[in-house]
Structure formats: structure tokens, C-alpha cells
Design a protein around this ligand. Structure first.
Ligand SMILES: Cc1cc2nc3c(=O)[nH]c(=O)nc-3n(C[C@H](O)[C@H](O)[C@H](O)COP(=O)(O)OP(=O)(O)OC[C@H]3O[C@@H](n4cnc5c(N)ncnc54)[C@H](O)[C@@H]3O)c2cc1C
Length: 593
């Protein structure tokens, strides 16, 4: 696997449009899979949203079962165990379409069951465990949940208090403890959970609800995702057969951390669907709401919002499917007949853990922005329960909290990058040194827009250099104590996130331009021009903030003057470009691609 180390490489490499996958590259088969998921959402989920939100007894499990009958639960499961073994692009497309249409609470049940609830068994289960559980998980006959969080162990998840002691006859582990905020807990049959064997060996277990000593508490009364089930799971001398240890005793952290990577990987796609729905709702409303004698869609400030919603959706969509296909490339290279195929797959997915964290943070914040602006376009009506956006706004908020809060993911991005750099797996330090050496002569090669995205490409390259420069300065100043400087790490992470976002959108538009020509790529190009223009200013801001904390006096002045040279670009007319984008979106009435 070593030779394929690529995660984080976007920071130090110059990548061509042909090297990335875009939604325009979906195959016919992938489109059909997406269509089947969309039909399920429209036909089965949307008509029942009120009942789902009211937590009608048995409804979510029966919907999951129906999805199972249609093969919509088994994309990640191998054929040997009744699954479809789809590529990750297809799996994410399915996730995106399941998340469209405002069925957020159904999506929670679906995402947990097909993601963090079952993937630990797919990756780390032995043959017997896979045979016992996966065929039933594939059909929805058994529903899964993932029970990691505890009242005193949230972000600090490995600090679990739940204990597991081997029974005197050696046949069972006896679990005691409580898991908090567990999605699907109300109807799940199987929990992948964690406890410390002998008080210190953090270990993963497959626990069935029917085992003695397993119970669930009352439903939590939540802000959003009200139809989903969230309960505590309580283990009181719970008897778990020793055959149900998942992975190895003392190696639960490997199961836990890999599972969270996968959760993040999928969460990005789960934010794309609701973004498209919110945009469509907002545009539909703006076209029919008359104020001052005309539809509000004709006002510049409303067009600004519509354009920005479309631009950010385009950006995150570009990031998510680029990452999915990069992951597929790695997964293609593993031996699918090997005994440890699952572990190899988890490792393959871990390769892009940096990008997964980036996508998680970016997508969840993008969705919050979009639902907020969509609600604003609805004016007072957006605040009223009868309008779908009121629910969309509440449902969105949790995405910044689960699968590792966005604070934790920002820290992880830098932690993973630093570890890869230190192990010489990623030449970040050498690249940072090179930029520092070239600083006196370094200048952007292009300063104004030529209509071919050359300027934007240069701005992305400069952003990479700025990120490396700040990271290099931070490492040099704080060395091993850098982890204590969370605010600086957060600023550098924000630069890294913006680089991946800008580059994914840019390369996609360039690829479309090469494939379809100038006219058909016009709106994508306009989106990239606006996005890069604004994101570049944010990169400069984060860099300034970090430099001002890292250095002072002459050193700081030198760093800031270098930054000024690297950021000398003429801004594009984002007002005109946003109007052009908004007009295209308003005309078609939805996200345009
Ligand atoms: C509706 C819902 C469903 C959920 N579903 C599941 C599920 O299915 N399975 C499951 O296991 N869990 C689930 N969770 C739990 C969720 O993953 C946790 O809430 C989350 O990990 C945060 O933990 P916490 O709530 O204890 O917050 P804390 O860890 O207490 O964090 C509080 C704040 O402090 C910040 N913080 C914490 N540590 C640091 C640090 N080192 N540096 C900087 N800032 C820090 C956090 O970012 C956050 O802003 C769910 C939660 C909710 C609300």
C-alpha cells in the first residue's frame, strides 16, 4: 500500500483536470443507482415525512426493510454475504439521493445502518461474524447502530468508562456502562459498541439487543432530526459471547477510528442532497413571492444568495466525488480474496482520512450556510413550521457535531498532515522549505482574469504555497509543542480546507471546459471565478492571523510582505458573475448540473 500514499498530496502536487473524477463522469450504471435511490426518496420517504417526524411506531424500520428489498442497503457489503459490492462513487451517489427531499430523519437511520453501524463488521468482522450478521443487515432484517459516545466520553471517545470482564466460565464478557445519544437505538437489533476489558483494554463488541442485560432509555427530545431515534443504551451485567469481540481485545481504537473516517467520508454526500433541496425550495419560493410589485428573485441581494448557494453546492459536490473516486482507485488495488480484505479496505479508506475530514467540515458548514440563506429567502414564512425549510434548518445543525465535531476534525487535519510529514510519507516539510527559499523571487505569473481560469489556477497554486509557508513557520517556531497552539492549527486547517475546495471546483470546471467547450462550461467557470476570488481572501486572512501569532518585529514584517506579493491579484467582478449564475439557476428552477 505504501507506494500509493496519496492522501494530502494535493497540498504539494500540481494536479491536472484529467486526474480527477467529477459528477460529469458518472457512468450510466452509477446514474441508474442514483436514480433508484431518488425514486425511493420521492416515492416512499417524502410522502411519509410527517409520520416519520412524529416517530410513528415501526415506520423507520419498515422503510429500511423496503430499501433493503430494493438493494439500497447493501452497496458496501460483498456479494459473498448478500451485498452488491458497489464502488464508492455509487455508494455516495446513493447516499446523496437518499438525503435529498428533506427526509433528514430517514437519512439518519439509513446512514447509520449502511455506514457506522455495519461497516465495522464488514471491515473487522471474522468470517463467522460476517456470515451471522451481514446477510440480514443487507436486507434490513437486522438494523444496526453504533454506540461509541458515553456521558463523559464524547470527543474524547477512547476515554470510555464502560467495562468488560470475562465471565468465570470464559464464555462471555460481562459489560457494564452507558452509551449516550445512540442513533437508531430505539429499533436497532445490533450495536457495535466499545468497552474496556479488565478496565484498560479498549475493545469493540457486537452486541445484540436481545442479549441479557441490554436495555435502552427514553427517546431524547431533539432540536432537529426529530423523527430519528436517539437514546442511551445501557449495559447492566450484559452477557456478550466471546465470539462477539470485533477485531482484537485491546485494539478497539482501530475499529473506532476507522469507522469514524468512513462516517465522515459519507457525511459529505449526505450534505449535498439537502443543499440541492434547499436551493430548489428557495428558488421556487423566490420566483413566486411578489414584493414591491415583482418576484423577489429579481432583487440583487436575493440573486446573491441564490448564486452563492449554488456555488457552494457545486464546490462540495466536486470535493466529495473527487474523494470517492480517489478512494476507489486505492480499493481496486487490494486483494479482494484475502482473508484480511476488510482490514485492507479500512486501511485504503484511511489513506484519504485527511480529505474525509476536510469534506466533513466543509460540507456541514456549507449546508448550514445554505439552509440559513434559504430560510432567509422565505422571510417570516421560513420560520413557520409548515414550510420544509424550517425543518431543513433544524436538521442541518447536527452535522457539525457528530462524526467528530468540526473543532476535532480541524485539529485532526493538521495532526494527520504533521504525522505524514514527520514519517516522510508526504513531502510537506521539503515543499515548505522550498517555498521559503524561493520567497524573494516568488511572484504570481498571472494577475488578471483571461476567461480560461488561468488566473484561478494560479491563485490556487499560490494558496498552496501560502499554506506551506504558514505551516513551515508554525512547525519551526513551536516544534513538538505545536499541538498546544489550537488557534494556529485551526487557521492552517482552514487554509488547507479552502485549497482542497478551490482546487476541486477549479479542476472540475476546467475538465468540463475541455470536454464541452466554453459555452457549456460558462456557469461552472463563473462559479469557480467567484469562489476562488472570495476563498483566496479568506486564505490571506487566515495566513495573516497565524503569522501575527507566530512571529513579531522584523520577522513578522518580512512574512507579511512576502504574503502581500503572493496575493497580488486583481479581483474579478463577482457581482456580475453572481447575477449570471443566479439567472441560470432561476431559469432552470434548481441546482443546474
Ligand atoms: C442527535 C445525535 C445523534 C448522535 N448519534 C450518535 C451515534 O449514533 N453514536 C455515537 O456514538 N454517538 C452519537 N452522537 C454523539 C456525538 O458523536 C457527540 O455528541 C460528539 O462526538 C461530541 O461529543 P459531546 O457531545 O460529548 O461534546 P464534547 O466532546 O463535550 O464537546 C463539547 C465542545 O468542546 C469541543 N472540544 C472537545 N474537545 C476539544 C478539544 N480537544 N479541543 C478543542 N475543542 C474541543 C467540541 O468541539 C465541542 O464544541 C450523537 C449525538 C447527537 C446529538
Amino acid at each position: 500500500m505504501e507506494e500509493f500514499v496519496k492522501g494530502g498530496a494535493f497540498l504539494v502536487e500540481s494536479i491536472s483536470p484529467q486526474e480527477i473524477f467529477t459528477p460529469e463522469d458518472f457512468t450510466e450504471e452509477q446514474r441508474l443507482i442514483g436514480k433508484a435511490a431518488m425514486e425511493f426518496t420521492v416515492g416512499e420517504v417524502e410522502p411519509q415525512i410527517d409520520d416519520i417526524e412524529a416517530q410513528k411506531e415501526g415506520l423507520l424500520p419498515s422503510l429500511l426493510k423496503k430499501a433493503g428489498e430494493l438493494g439500497l442497503l447493501s452497496g458496501d457489503i460483498t456479494e459473498e454475504y448478500g451485498g452488491q459490492e458497489l464502488d464508492k462513487v455509487s455508494v455516495l451517489l446513493m447516499m446523496e439521493k437518499m438525503s435529498q427531499g428533506g427526509g433528514g430523519s430517514f437519512l439518519v437511520a439509513y446512514a447509520v445502518h449502511t455506514g457506522i453501524g455495519s461497516l465495522p463488521i464488514i471491515f473487522f468482522g471474522n468470517r463467522d461474524q460476517k456470515k451471522r450478521y451481514l446477510p440480514k443487515i443487507a436486507t434490513g432484517e437486522m438494523i444496526t447502530a453504533y454506540a461509541l459516545t458515553e456521558p463523559e466520553a464524547g470527543s474524547d471517545a477512547l476515554n470510555a468508562k464502560t467495562t468488560a470482564m470475562l465471565s468465570p466460565d470464559g464464555k462471555y464478557y460481562i459489560l457494564n456502562g452507558q452509551k449516550q445519544f445512540i442513533s437508531n437505538a430505539g429499533f436497532a437489533d445490533v450495536f457495535v459498541t466499545y468497552a474496556k476489558v479488565d478496565g484498560d483494554k479498549f475493545t469493540s463488541f457486537i452486541v445484540e439487543k436481545k442479549f441479557d442485560g441490554v436495555s435502552v432509555d427514553e427517546e431524547e427530545n431533539k432540536m432537529g432530526m426529530k423523527g430519528s431515534s436517539t437514546r442511551s443504551v445501557i449495559f447492566t451485567d450484559a452477557k456478550v459471547p466471546v465470539e462477539n469481540v470485533l477485531g482484537e481485545v485491546g485494539k478497539g481504537h482501530i475499529v473506532a477510528l476507522n469507522t469514524l473516517n468512513i462516517g465522515r467520508f459519507k457525511l459529505g454526500a449526505g450534505c449535498v442532497g439537502p443543499s440541492k433541496s434547499a436551493l430548489q425550495d428557495a428558488v421556487t419560493y423566490a420566483k413566486q413571492r411578489i414584493q414591491f410589485g415583482k418576484p423577489i428573485a429579481e432583487f440583487g441581494l436575493i440573486k446573491h444568495k441564490i448564486a452563492e448557494m449554488a456555488i457552494r453546492t457545486f464546490t462540495v459536490e466536486s470535493m466529495v466525488y473527487r474523494t470517492a473516486e480517489m478512494t476507489d482507485q486505492i480499493l481496486k488495488r487490494i486483494d479482494h480474496h484475502a482473508e484480511d480484505v476488510g482490514i485492507q479496505m479500512a486501511r485504503g479508506i484511511e489513506e484519504y482520512a485527511i480529505e474525509d475530514s476536510i469534506n466533513k467540515v466543509y460540507a456541514s458548514e456549507m449546508l448550514d450556510y445554505i439552509v440559513d440563506e434559504a430560510l432567509q429567502i422565505h422571510g417570516g414564512y421560513g420560520y413557520i413550521h409548515d414550510y420544509a425549510i424550517e425543518r431543513g434548518y433544524r436538521d442541518s445543525r447536527i452535522n457539525r457535531i457528530w462524526e467528530g465535531t468540526n473543532e476535532i476534525n480541524r485539529l485532526l487535519i493538521m495532526d494527520m498532515l504533521t504525522k505524514r510529514a514527520m514519517k516522510n510519507r508526504l513531502p510537506v516539510l521539503a515543499a515548505a522549505q522550498k517555498v521559503a527559499n524561493e520567497l524573494l523571487t516568488l511572484r504570481p505569473k498571472v494577475e488578471a482574469d483571461d476567461g480560461k481560469l488561468t488566473l484561478q489556477k494560479e491563485m490556487v497554486e499560490m494558496s498552496k504555497k501560502i499554506g506551506l509557508l504558514v505551516a513551515g513557520a508554525a512547525v519551526q517556531k513551536y516544534m513538538m509543542k505545536l499541538a498546544e497552539e489550537q488557534e494556529i492549527l485551526g487557521s492552517i486547517s482552514d487554509i488547507v480546507i479552502e485549497v482542497f475546495a478551490m482546487e476541486s471546483a477549479l479542476l472540475r470546471a476546467m475538465k468540463t471546459m475541455e470536454k464541452l467547450g466554453d459555452e457549456k462550461s460558462q456557469i461552472q467557470k463563473a462559479m469557480v471565478k467567484v469562489y476562488v476570488n472570495d476563498a483566496f481572501d479568506r486564505v490571506e486572512f487566515f495566513a495573516k492571523q497565524a503569522f501575527a501569532a507566530i512571529a513579531e518585529g522584523d520577522t513578522l514584517r518580512t512574512q507579511l510582505s512576502a504574503l502581500k506579493k503572493l496575493t497580488r491579484f486583481t479581483p474579478v467582478n463577482t457581482i456580475a458573475l453572481r447575477r449570471e449564475i443566479a439567472d441560470a439557476v432561476i431559469k432552470i428552477g434548481r441546482y443546474p448540473f
